[in-house]
Design a protein around this ligand. Sequence first.
Ligand code: NCD
Length: 389
Amino acid sequence: MLYIIDSIDYDPYLTDACVPPLSPLSLPVSNISISSTMDDSTTTTVTSNSLTSDPKTWLSSNLVSVTQISTSGLLLLFETAQSMRTLVRTVGGDSRLRHRVLASVFYEASTRTSCSFQAAMMRLGGTFLHVDGGAGGNTSASKKGESLEDTIRCLECYADVTVLRHPTTGSVQRVALGGGTVKPVINAGDGVGEHPTQALLDVFTIWDELGLSLDIEHGDSKNETKHAGQLVVVMLGDLKHGRTVHSLAKLLARSSIKHELVLRYCTPKTLEMPSHVKEYVDQFPNAKQEEYSDIREAVQGANVLYVTRVQKERFEDIKHYEDVKGAYVVDGTLMSCAPPGMIVMHPLPRVDEIHTEVDADPRACYFREMENGMFVRMALLSLVLLGSP
Ligand code: NCD
């Protein structure tokens, strides 16, 4: 299996214009890490910045990595998500995806990602079929030895788009871009690789909560810029295994146009942000990266605290998990010394890393974040299935 990134989106102003590619040796291949279980007969290409402000560029497109979306494409998606929110809140939805079917295929546990995609589809008049490939209730033909490619190729006979989550890093990219599929595939999390739609809803939430502008080329976007100065984002917890933070760090670096971005990584030793993600972020002059071990220090002057759970299922040695699992807890005491405007996010599920007493704090926005997931996924489905916002 060979993955090629055909152009790297290193654009300090983050316009859609292509910029000189980096030398092959410095290509950030992090979003497409390769699993040893893959066969090596296929060449796969991820085209950076291919999803732009032109809605037609989204039509029938796969989404496997955040690097595919240009900043003007991000703005289109977010403005569409805002109008989806208004639509849901006023009349509940519409029928633009009538007779369209989504295949929701999950080989790992999911509540939010699967249900928000399903709800998004139904809010727009479509429907879905769900395949549970998880260890406990695997009802898919993979149990009989069917390859992932064949399962998806088969489901495409019934559905118009596939949303796929799989424990093997790189597997969704392999299926989506390997040449065997004829309909769009959306990555809902590939092992410890990427989780692009979570990063989209996370950046949308930051943009929405802090009143950031993502404007690149059209003067100010409709979102009024309330935030001034640097954007300081603390990422806390298991950054080694957390695919959401891998995608989020990349997407924030790509979209930090008006604000200098400071990413503060606060982790137990051994669960640090992988170097391939740090190398990717390093390409963007507007993005700084810092390492912390003390959470109280890390939150000083922060705008966002993004909390992740320690991912028990990814540890080979359960003793190692036991040693690090309680390393950080966000509670009322921490919140009392955090900045008054600092939002607290979490992709969820949480275990015990955010105390429930924090839920009532207006700065805790993880449930609003979760709701935004449906609006962002409605926007994505409309763009991918219809090519229109
Ligand atoms: C995350 C995931 O599956 O990567 N959850 C989600 O999609 N909302 C985070 C996690 O499982 O910890």
